[in-house]
Design a protein around this ligand. Structure first.
Ligand SMILES: [Zn+2]
Length: 343
């Protein structure tokens, strides 16, 4: 029987279409050419997306993500591999997510990043801001499907946790497998690494996140992902970032022209009619659409203008009434008579 991890590798690492289309992030195999061989890439419900304020809707029913069995024993081994598109760490299926509409089991995690000089390689963006890198922890709907291969093309098949990564403080949790990347510099290489607490790779706050329906961000782009992207980023040091951005190649070891693995992110896709639910609200109106904010400001401005116009009319009416009463020169008729008689 094919080992489960190998099955995942074939599905996620080498997703080729029936005509064997190759794909990458640049040139003739770049993302604009994906739909030719992978029609879903040109279809609806695609990922990633830009979380712009007018798309966000606060949903009070979105509770903190619940993780089960994320604290793996160091006696267990995980497979770290270079699949030609990313660096990937296999995960055991007893790691699970609960509190979602279905039960989801983990399969693997992998990364997207920028280049050595441009530390901007996240796939999702927040109001146009791109983070240095992004981690995806891929789970499949194990409540409904027996394995990831059965789930990957189903509309309720996958749930992916997205984590924004910034360059900053050194992150000891990421070092637990980053220190092995020199052993998987070339495509198809893999090493075994001791397991650790995968929770440590996630941000401290699991209660603040963006939630929407989307797709795999790599071919074949099946629209099968329930996305949860955490609001709070995690940090890795510059040296750790450069381990991703300079140590890896998307080509095989025996190829004469090595192809550096960098800029392996897809650009934001159209929202169509989707909205992004958010589990948080705060004072900077990110939960409120800019459209409604502008409406409120305009309505308030109009109200103020009407009030000023009303006051002005009222004052004008009073002044006209006074003029009728006292005459144009402001004197009461008897006073005027008195004044004239004095001259
Ligand atoms: Zn990904």
């Amino acid at each position: 029987m094919m080992p489960f991890t190998l099955l995942i590798m074939i599905l996620i690492a080498f997703p080729v279409s029936s005509n064997g289309g190759k794909w990458g992030y640049n040139g003739p195999n770049g993302e604009h050419h994906w739909p030719k061989h992978f029609p879903y890439c040109g279809g609806a419900f695609q990922s990633p997306v830009n979380f712009q304020p007018e798309l966000l809707r606060y949903d009070p029913n979105l509770f903190a993500i619940q993780l089960q069995n994320y604290n793996l024993s160091s006696r267990e081994q995980l497979t770290l591999s270079n699949n030609g598109h990313s660096v990937q760490l296999s995960l055991p299926s007893y790691m699970q997510l609960t509190g979602l509409p279905h039960r989801y089991s983990a399969a693997q995690l992998h990364f997207h990043w920028g280049t050595q000089n441009v530390q901007a390689g996240s796939e999702h963006t927040v109001n146009g801001k791109q983070f240095a890198a992004e981690m995806h922890v891929v789970h499949f709907n194990s409540g409904k499907y027996p394995n990831i291969s059965m789930a990957v093309d189903k509309s309720d098949g996958l749930a992916v946790l997205g984590v924004f990564i910034e360059v900053g403080e050194f992150n000891p949790a990421f070092e637990k497998f980053f220190k092995y990347v020199n052993g998987i510099k070339y495509r198809d290489q893999k090493v075994q690494v001791p397991a650790f607490n995968i929770r440590e790779l996630l941000p401290s706050r699991l209660d603040e996140y963006y939630r929407y329906d989307g797709s795999l961000t790599t071919p074949p782009c099946f629209p099968s992902v329930l996305w949860t992207v955490f609001r709070q980023p995690v940090t890795i040091s510059l040296r750790q970032y450069l381990a991703l951005a300079t140590a890896l190649y998307s080509s095989h070891a025996q190829e004469v022209a090595p192809m550096p693995m960098l800029g392996n992110y897809r650009k934001p896709q159209l929202m169509d009619n989707r909205v992004v639910l958010v589990s948080f609200q705060d004072g900077d109106f990110t939960w409120m659409s800019w459209g409604s904010l502008i409406s409120i400001v305009m309505a308030s401005g109009l109200g103020l203008l009407l009030f000023i116009a009303f006051c002005w009319c009222l004052l004008r009416k009073r002044s006209e009434a006074d003029q009728e009463k006292f005459g144009a020169d402001g004197f009461h008729p008897s006073e005027r008579q008195e004044k004239i008689s004095r001259v």
